[in-house]
Each structure stands twice: as structure tokens, then as C-alpha cells.
Design a protein around this ligand. Sequence first.
Ligand code: ASP
Length: 320
Amino acid sequence: MQFWLAGMALALLSGTASAQYPSKAVTMVVPFAAGGPTDTLGRNLGIAMGKPLKQAIVIENVGGAGGNIGVLRVAKAAPDGYTVLLHHIGMSTSPALYRKLDYNPLTDFEYIGLVADVPMTLIARGNFPASNFKEFLTYIKANKAKITLANAGLGAASHLCGLLFMTAIETDFTTVPYKGTGPAMNDLLGGQVDFMCDQTTNTTGQIQGGKVKAYGVTTKTRVPSLSNIPTLEEQGMKGFEVAVWHAIYAPKGTPKAAVDTLVRALQEALRDPDLKTNLGKLGTEPTTQARATPEALRSHLKAEIDKWGPVIKKAGQYAD
Ligand code: ASP
């Protein structure tokens, strides 16, 4: 009788807990510094997901090691539905870049879904002495010993794009790592570094405001909000294509009820007209409902790990 009562009480408690989830704010870890593209996407998404969840989504910036410090923070967080991770393509490149990774992207997380694919732009400080891509290439090759390339560390999207670019033009530059491309952009604007490849969610405003020079976009087609900027492919870099996919994860063991609630909130957020408008201004758009599912994310992540591993090895980039 006593056991039965205890069981009933537990069942009621857990039923109430899941029925009430979330009963407080949810922390969304962004594994890069504030003010950068992942942060911007997270803040917009947090507002849109907070509406159906009826709770605030609080952004926590945990930058460093190309995003891997923030990823580890979530891998080790309590699996209670109150900590999630917003990360990007780096989840699929880090396994090839790091000899020892303290988490496993394929086993340490519950998958919520994909969020958006964000184009990248090749940009330089505003006073860079090149007015188009051809002049830019000539100048950086002739001055390679003094040119600096900013990125957000080994494993960042800016690292991947820079690596592909340096490989394609067969020229290496001194790279300058930051905890995110938010602070990297500050240094680019201040003229302390020369160039960078970064998501449109960070660069659109600076390009449109004439604060930085843009030499190309990394997607197959031009970006509508930056339609005057040619693709790198159009300018002779055949096959150069990077779109930075972003996705949401929760720690392994997060209750299914919480995962399901987060998936529904993500899908609702992606239908939110305000999110669509805000992302459109930043050169991207919410992904489809079909991709905003755990299954779609799991198979995409696996395919991307299989895709980038050999590319990174071929580029001669070895794990730390
Ligand atoms: N854009 C950065 C990257 O290169 C990250 C960020 O600051 O959001 O991965």
C-alpha cells in the first residue's frame, strides 16, 4: 500500500513536471562571444521560441576553442530541458580538427532540429587597398607575409571558410583567433586585422553601411539582401561553397516530453513572420519544418561529419 502510494505520488509529480515544462526560463548556450552571428541568430530565435514556450530563453555566451568550450558545457549540463545548445557547422568539423574532443557529437546529445543555413561573406577592413575580388587576390598573394585573417578559432565556421579559401588559392596567412567573430569584427572595423570570412548575420549591416569591403559570398547563388555582391564561384572559385547550418541540441538524457516541447517550439518559431523578416534582413531564412526535427538533424550531422572529415584532412589541417 505504502509502495503503491509512493508510486502514485511519483507518477503525479513527474506528470505535473512534464505538463508544466518549462516552468522557468530556458538557457540557450551560444558557444561564441556576444555580438556575433550565432549570438544574433540565437537572440532572434530565443524571442520566437519563447512565445510558444511561454518562458524566456536566456542566451549564455560561452566562447573559446572554436565553440568547443560551449558545446562541452551543454554536454555536461543537467539533462532537464533547461539547457540547450545553438551551434553550427562546427559540430561536424571539430571531430576532424581535434585529436581529442571531450564530447561526441553523435552520442552525447538529444537532437532538437535544424534552424537555418546562413551564407558567408569574404570581407576586409574598410580601407583595404582592393576594390574588387581580382585586386583583392592579387594584393593578398603579393603581401602574404603581412596579411592577417581573423577567425573564431579552430572549429569555427570562419576557420573552415578561411581554410577552404587558403587551400583554393594555395596561399597561407597568419590567422588571428577570437572567441567569436563579434569581437573579430570589432578589430576588423578598427583595422587591427585585414580580412575574414563570416556569416551574413554579422556582416550584412557593416557591408551595407560601407564599413567593410565585401568581395564575395560563399553560397551557390547570390544573397537577396546583398544582391550586388557576386558569389565566389561566379568569380572563378569553382565549387567554393559553404553555408553555415545551425541547429539546436539538448544534453543526452533530456526527457522526451521536454525534447518534444522544444521541437514544437522550434517549429512554431520558424513559422513566426517576425523571425522570417528579421532573418531576411540578415541574409538568411528559417529552415523548413521538415528539417526542424531530431531525425533530420541527426542524419544531417552524420552526413556533414562524413563530408568535412576528408576535406579537412586533404587541406592538411591536423588535429591539435
Ligand atoms: N561566426 C563565428 C564562426 O566563425 C562564430 C560566431 O561568433 O558566431 O563560427
